[in-house]
Design a protein around this ligand. Sequence first.
Ligand SMILES: O=C(O)c1ccccc1N[C@@H]1O[C@H](COP(=O)(O)O)[C@@H](O)[C@H]1O
Length: 196
Amino acid sequence: MKVKICGITNLEDALDAIDAGADALGFVFYDKSPRYIDPFEARKIVDKLPPFIQTIGLFVNEPNSFINQVCINAKMQTAQIIDDDTFTDFKTLDSRYIKVLRAKSKADIEKVEDNYVLVDAFVESFGGEGKRLALEWFKDIDCSKMILAGGLNADNLKELSDFNFYGVDVSSGVEAHKGKKDKQKMINFIKAVNEI
Ligand SMILES: O=C(O)c1ccccc1N[C@@H]1O[C@H](COP(=O)(O)O)[C@@H](O)[C@H]1O
């Protein structure tokens, strides 16, 4: 299972996440988030990363022009997009992207048609609050193209063993405090993923 560690704000956390075994690092380009990072600061981090690590930019209700420009400026390989009301025109977006589904019910998950989708719990503030999804919503659903997010941590990952998620995404569950990762929590998290 692939692992994305989201909310990277500094080089030390980025390198610790990679040492722990992360496949992808997430950078939050939503300026109301406590984990917001300026695109050019993110680029300074990305320039120091080893090869084969994916860089993912998180966007909330932004037009294509903003997403495309930030992905270039910050060297993001994929845009993770929360789009409540068609701010983003996916058909004409230059950047590679993954859509976020903020699920409120099993019915929301049953409606998924996209190839790959990141499924998070619905919160008014858009994410990063440690709120979990009900795993029973995923019973009898093919999760092989879903990335699960929302309230994951090293202690609850074993609950995913009955499901075939493509990947997991975590932010607050591996933090010392908002905007700062905890190295040991990242190590424990990825060890727990590998034990599933
Ligand atoms: O991390 C944030 O601050 C954030 C802000 C706005 C939208 C999404 C955000 N983070 C994403 O939220 C999920 C779940 O995070 P958590 O593990 O429950 O803390 C994850 O996809 C983050 O990328």
